[in-house]
Design a protein around this ligand. Structure first.
Ligand code: USQ
Length: 421
């Protein structure tokens, strides 16, 4: 199949391109490299060295013997989006090109607005480009389990039967997102659902849990590694816990640590997205998948990380910083995830095995982690309207704040990566 991946330079986009190419699909991607810039904006870098994109393409040619076509541009530029969709005429578009960090969206008003404007605009542009140039293509939209929040009842896959004053209907399950970022995904979901209705588009809205891991089977060489973020804004819970253990910092389940989320390994997330691509819905259908493997509390993950760390002669402590977020720290959590299993999805490895692999990779890049250890502990407090000052304070010397106190605009060219350690 012909697949277009928006956000192909990202944590998920890159391994998805490798996975689909290795399975014989014809893949093109687009990206504006904004994640590279924004990770530098908060003073961090990827734990794994990420090559400039032309070198990444060359690595694909060398190790997979395949070609990844690439378009550099921005999803907020409609002419660009339409041009790429027209040129590629894809069977499926996997839309990953969105600002993906909840804490980043909570820094201040500008980050909240950028997140919502960019995410919602990009999705609308894609909807219209598909309508005009590829109306039969399948849109696989990356949503998030966080759209639902943590209701005190089971969470269905998108829709549920509701009864009110004697009448019944099948309705979208209520959304109670927990950050400006998560709300942007809610707005996207409404827009994609509406587009299926009015334009007859077909879409899979993937309610993705938290992804963890450094590798997929296609990552056979350091040049093929995907990025791996660990700072407080771009890193996610389990990935951050391993980094904390490697750096000798305490593992940080926030607050009481009973926050429970659905988690999925990077490799299995790729498997799920491929299943979506290979099994499109009917024209006009809007379907929703809850995509995760198992639910864990952050306390459970912290304990397991500590246990596996001991195997590597690391002896982290577990500490509970006050929760910088506004969220339930103890709650019921029971989402349903049957749709994926029905298509033959099978988890590849245990969480513990995955953790061992993450430790092995991160220990290899320990010096890159050491160089940014000051960006790991949380400072962005979701109750505060402006957290920018706290971030400016820790920007590394190479990117000093300007005299006006603004974080300087990062350069277009990705900073040279340190050689592997
Ligand atoms: N948490 C800790 N300690 C940490 C980091 C996080 O206890 O050091 C807690 C958070 O408070 C939260 C939970 O872990 O309760 C998950 O946080 P996270 O940073 O791992 O993930 P989140 O901000 O929810 O966002 C991530 C991705 C996002 C994706 C989402 C799926 O960044 O793109 O949509 O996971 S979900 O969480 O299911 O909404």
């Amino acid at each position: 199949m012909k697949v277009l991946i928006t956000g192909v330079d990202g944590y998920s986009g890159w391994p998805l391109a490798l996975h689909l190419l290795a399975r014989g699909h014809d893949v093109a991607g687009l990206d504006n490299f904004v994640t590279r810039k924004r990770v530098r904006e908060v003073g961090s870098h990827s734990a794994t060295p990420v090559l400039p994109f032309p070198k990444r393409q060359a690595a694909i040619e060398k190790h997979l013997g395949k070609t990844l076509r690439f378009y550099k541009g921005d999803m907020t530029d409609y002419d660009f989006v339409k041009f790429v969709v027209e040129r590629e005429a894809p069977d499926s578009v996997v839309h990953l090109a969105e600002q993906r960090s909840a804490p980043y969206s909570m820094i201040d008003v500008h980050h909240a607005v950028a997140t919502q404007v960019e995410n919602v605009t990009g999705t609308l542009h894609l909807i219209y480009a598909l309508r005009e140039a590829a109306p039969r293509a399948h849109l696989v939209k990356m949503g998030t389990m966080g759209e639902y929040g943590t209701p005190n009842m089971e969470i269905p896959e998108g829709f549920f039967e509701a009864e009110f004053r004697g009448r019944k209907d099948r309705l979208p399950f209520p959304r109670q997102a927990g950050s400006w970022y998560h709300w942007s995904k809610v707005f996207d979901s409404g827009d994609v659902m509406f587009a299926c209705k009015i334009f007859g588009l077909k879409a899979t809205d993937v309610m993705q849990g938290v992804i963890y891991g450094t590798r997929t089977p296609e990552i056979t060489d350091p040049a093929l590694l995907t990025r791996f973020d660990f700072d407080e804004t771009w890193g996610t819970a389990l990935n951050r816990f391993v980094v904390e253990a490697v750096l000798g910092l305490p593992i940080t389940p926030y607050g009481h640590g009973g926050q429970t989320r659905g988690f999925i390994a990077l490799e299995d997330s790729m498997q799920s997205l491929r299943l979506a691509v290979e099994h499109p819905p009917a024209a006009g259908e809007y379907r929703v998948w809850n995509q995760f493997d198992a639910a864990y509390s952050v306390n459970e993950l912290a304990e397991l990380t500590k246990k596996v760390a001991e195997e590597f002669d690391l002896h982290p402590t577990i500490e509970h910083p006050p929760d910088p977020r506004v969220e339930a720290e103890q709650h019921y959590y029971q989402p349903i995830h049957d749709n994926l299993l029905a298509l033959g999805y099978q988890r590849t490895r245990t969480l513990e095995d995955n953790l061992r692999e993450i430790f092995r990779d991160l220990i290899r890049y320990r010096r890159r982690l050491e160089a940014r250890r000051h960006v790991v502990m949380p400072t962005v407090n979701w109750r505060d309207a402006d957290n920018r000052g706290k971030l400016v304070e820790r920007i590394p010397v190479a990117h000093p704040p300007t005299s006006s106190g603004e974080v300087p605009p990062p350069s277009e060219t990705p900073a040279p990566e340190r050689p592997e350690v």
